[in-house]
Design a protein around this ligand. Sequence first.
Ligand code: AMP
Length: 412
Amino acid sequence: MSFKDLKLNKPILRAIAEAGYAEPTLVQEKTIPFVLAKKDLITSAQTGTGKTAAFALPILQLLFDRQDAPKKGKKIKAMVVSPTRELAVQIGENFKTYGKYSNIRSAVIYGGIPMEPQIEILKKGVDILVVTPGRLLDLHKQELVDLKSIEILVLDEADLMLDLGFIDDVKKIERLCPVDKQVLLFSATIPFKVEELAKTILKSPERINISPDLPTASNVSQMLYYVPKKNKMELCLHLLRNTIKGSILIFRRTKHGVDKLEQTLAKNGYKVESLHGDKSQNDRKTALGKFKNNYVNILIATDLAARGIDVKDLDAVINFDLPNLPDTYVHRIGRTGRAGEIGTAYSFCAADEREYIKTIQQSINVQIPVVEDHPYPLDPKAKPEIHKKKRGSKYKKGRKGEGSKKKKKRWY
Ligand code: AMP
């Protein structure tokens, strides 16, 4: 199937061709006709499948088709709600790319930066608004944004949105929009709570399931390294020196872990940036920009900071710490091997993470090949390590201090 078969108009086809897309991805093929037919939709698809274009292209088409779109430009006609700022920015960039020749205005509104420029943009009027929930509701409270003209509402990464505690915000946003609107819900997975949300806000939705039974991308080769916790840093350096090249995204579970690894890699001469929840919006933007533009080739991140980010030509993902949830593993390795490229996911498993890898393998129904030939093998009988030395030491004090002082701070 070609994009032409999907009945997209010339300005959009031209922009897609310039973006270098030869043909639609599966999620685009399945989703675009339903969006154009103005149906409500639940699509389960991971990042990396082309899901952004799956809603962005038909939305542009629907707005373009309306004779009055440019004239009535003050009114917001479509809104995409995204759980994270990075993802919102990325979606906004996609709308700009695909809408380049369409005379349809889009803007991105998110928190952590001054409101004034965003208010100015809203005053001038946009057709499509991409938002994070908090900032949108702030603006709405101050009567600076009017949602009464919205015809299409997209909830992107709905499962993450709920994980982050945005359920009430999402429901509120939905209620602020007209009752009679098209709702498109995208989610990597459809857990019970997403189903519940869908029931309350979607009308007889079509369902599209792009997540295969084996939810891991087939163009990602996976490798597992059993390694004592205390040697993970050395193993990482060893692999970076000898095996893993190109652009690399490394996942750690905690912000503390991200900082520690960043310092070690920088000391060893690597060009590295990091993303986590304690960084300012500006720092995060700069870090992501440097990574995307190849000023640095290593990005270290926590799961939530990295979720949804689109980094092209990613060669490898390293799971420095294993996630405790299989879904998170799938999301992580979905960063690599995107849109037809081949990537590799390296996972480090310490003694106390054996249960995690067991659950992950059961869930994805794959035995991940184990690399035994490396300098820091883990004794198969090794018990989880307890860092006795660090107990009561500076390390512990720091953690304790952090726990008591910054009680409400997120750990991710
Ligand atoms: P997404 O799942 O929306 O994050 O998209 C993942 C990546 O695939 C992005 O870099 C898109 O630019 C790219 N992409 C989207 N659609 C296509 C397509 N039809 N052909 C090639 N690349 C695509």
